[in-house]
Design a binder for this molecule. Structure first.
Ligand SMILES: [Zn+2]
Length: 217
């Protein structure tokens, strides 16, 4: 089974987790979170956040995170991030993280908060931090950016299969293309990659494993 852990549009391929923030009418599996760009609107959005993250189809909190290129002050982003992490821990939902030029702050937050829920650094494009992400115990998820980025491809070679996810994010590409690309790059059979990511998915997205209503499959 092919797993797409983060997408902003429907593809109808395998299991996909829709970013509900911009797909409000989805009835599939989804993640929900207040994006760092919208952190200043937390007070008006928190009601939606609590309602959505309580929904039975909500498998993860996200994307949430820190972005030094866009959005309000980093302190404001950190406050909103922490508020959402508290809910992730309370509801036992993993976190899909958007992190731009704020890796040190994110790493520090993980050390400070010591979350029990898994954190997934999504759409990773910076090869130089991949090893550090893995060391911090987070998962990495790669998207289409991998295809053009040779340094990132080299970094991927060192990513153990049990810390890896794939995603299409906003790109108009098929998750199958990404699986095929990574399988070739890592020189492992496609079904082995498929199985490993499926195991990760079951381990991390425990709400899915524990049942939901089963109707999606
Ligand atoms: Zn995204």
């Amino acid at each position: 089974m092919f797993i797409n852990i983060h997408t902003h549009q429907f593809h109808n391929q395998g299991i996909e987790i829709i970013n509900k923030d911009d797909n409000p009418f989805t009835d599939g599996l989804f993640s929900y979170g207040i994006h760092p760009w919208n952190a200043a609107k937390w007070l008006e959005l928190e009601k939606d956040f609590f309602a959505e993250t309580n929904h039975e189809n909500c498998l993860a909190i996200g994307e949430i995170g820190l972005d030094k290129l866009k959005g309000p002050s980093i302190q404001e982003q950190i406050d909103v991030f922490k508020a959402q992490i508290a809910i992730s821990e309370q509801h036992q939902l993993p976190v899909i993280i958007h992190c731009v030029k704020a890796w040190n702050e994110l790493k520090q937050l993980k050390q400070e908060l010591k979350p029990l829920q898994p954190w997934i650094n999504h759409g990773v494009e910076k090869a130089s931090i991949v090893e550090d992400i893995l060391q911090s115990g987070m998962f990495v998820s790669f998207g289409k950016g991998l295809v053009q980025n040779v340094k990132l491809q080299e970094a991927l070679l060192k990513v153990p299969l049990n810390q890896l996810f794939l995603e299409t994010d906003t790109a108009d590409c098929s998750i199958l293309t990404l699986y095929a690309f990574v399988s070739k790059l890592k020189n492992i059979p496609l079904h082995e990659l498929e199985n490993s990511i499926e195991q990760n998915f079951k381990r991390v997205f425990t709400k899915w494993k524990n049942g939901l209503n089963g109707q999606h499959f």
